[in-house]
Design a protein around this ligand. Structure first.
Ligand code: HAM
Length: 414
């Protein structure tokens, strides 16, 4: 679980603002959700026999002996909230949220126990047009952020009908090689054979690579949906690869699944991932509602932004007020308030805690401010302030106090 320090949080904010902008440009509305849900919300949605539910959830009993869990992902809570608040009654919804998620995983670069996701979900849309739009949204975002080195993998997990047939094939295949399976996979063979396919155990890799693939078992409905998606992506010039081995680690998916992968972040290459989950609303107690969405890891997104040379988001002040001598501090307070009043959004830091002219100017320089406003005895006697550029060789100028805000504004705009 990481602290995000002031040196980093400027870039986080810059990136987050762009993500918000792009998501909202597609008509999604923000929803804010609790971090805790009843454990059963996640167990039912994500699936009892998955890594997340079996091994990674932070769960505990509250004072009423009820099992609660710190959300490991956003989709289950979003669906729960939609049902609780009647958001899906004869309506379609396009929703987004952002915030911390928690998984008890083995920490490594790009994989943390507290991480952050942007989560975008569309409920009530059946056809592949929304699948395509959600992916095109990402492509626009990469462009806005100046990101390269991302590729798109897509796959289809079929309809529940073809999934049942495929399941039988998988059981047949893995039963034939049962003596080579690890403990988890043997257990999953009975309960949830599809989850063997996303085992993280390297010893299982070869067996999994030789297993039958879903895409060869899909029915006409799934084929039509997948073809529809592909032709919309082609028309929008969004390149993709079909990866028949892409299965995702959560149980709720059907039809479309996809991941945006990068080679710039080491082994944790998935920056954004999602898919369709047409059965989930009903499974959690709502009326059957088709749905699809994706989640983007903010740590990985920021990491990629930096790896691609994105400009850092600075949190410097604009103006630092140096106030030396009797009466200067009180005048400094008034000047600072006046600047904040006159120039909305301006960041003004007033020197506090005294200090010589030299030491205050040093602090001014360190603050990152573009200008120091200097209030010394001479300036006060003349009813003026000194305006000293800190980032250029330009000369200091003297400005009448009542013209200070106007001059600062003009200089900053210049
Ligand atoms: P997920 O693949 O588990 O899907 O996570 C989505 C993204 O969250 C990953 O691609 C990655 O960028 C980030 N992420 C996941 N775990 C970690 C971690 N431990 N540390 C850092 N980043 C991580 C979901 O969560 C689904 N709810 C996505 C979805 C939304 N499907 C439909 N709607």
């Amino acid at each position: 679980m990481n602290d995000i320090l002031p040196e980093e949080s400027g870039t986080w904010r810059l990136v987050e603002e762009i993500v918000r902008d792009v998501i909202e440009a597609y008509g999604y509305r923000e929803i804010r959700l609790p971090i805790l849900e009843r454990t059963e919300v996640f167990a039912r949605a994500i699936g009892e026999v998955t890594d997340i539910v079996e091994k990674e959830m932070y769960s505990f009993k509250d004072r009423n002996d009820e099992s609660l869990t710190m959300r490991p992902e956003g989709t289950a809570g979003m669906v729960r909230a939609g049902i609780t608040n009647g958001l899906f009654h004869n309506q379609r919804q396009k929703l987004w949220t952002v915030g911390p998620m928690f998984r008890y995983e083995k920490p490594q670069k790009g994989r943390y126990r507290q991480f952050h996701q942007f989560d975008v979900e569309a409920m009530g849309y059946e056809g592949p047009d929304i699948d395509a739009e959600l992916i095109i949204l990402c492509a626009r975002l990469w462009e806005r952020l100046g990101l390269g080195r991302l590729s798109l993998e897509i796959n289809t997990l079929g309809t529940p009908d073809c999934r049942a047939k495929y399941r039988a094939e998988l059981v047949h295949y893995f039963s034939g090689v049962k003596n080579q399976l690890d403990e988890d996979s043997i257990r999953r063979l009975e309960k949830n054979p599809l989850r063997i396919l996303d085992s993280k155990n390297p010893d299982m890799r070869e067996l999994i690579a030789a297993a039958p693939v879903m895409i060869e078992h899909i029915d006409a409905e799934a084929t039509a949906h997948f073809d529809g998606l592909k032709s919309l992506l082609d028309a929008a010039d969004v390149p993709y690869t079909v990866n028949p081995r892409l299965v995702r680690g959560l149980d709720y998916y059907n039809l479309t699944v996809f991941e945006w992968i990068t080679d710039a972040l080491g082994s944790q290459g998935a920056v954004c991932a999602g898919g369709r989950y047409d059965g989930l609303v009903e499974k959690l107690g709502g009326r059957a509602t088709p749905a699809i969405g994706w989640a983007m890891g903010v740590e990985r997104l920021v990491g990629l932004y930096e790896a691609c040379g994105g400009i850092p988001g600075l949190q410097d002040v604009d103006i630092y007020i140096v106030a030396v001598g009797d009466g200067a501090l009180a005048l400094g307070f008034a000047a600072a308030e006046n600047l904040r009043d006159q120039i909305p959004g301006l960041k003004v830091e007033l020197n506090l805690g005294g200090g010589s002219f030299k030491s205050q100017l040093k602090r001014a320089d360190k603050s990152g401010a573009a200008y120091a406003v200097i209030l010394g005895e001479d300036e006060i006697a003349r009813n003026e302030a000194g305006l000293k550029p800190l980032r250029s060789a330009a000369e200091q100028e003297n400005v009448a106090l009542d013209a200070l805000a106007g001059t600062v504004k003009a200089r900053l705009e210049h």
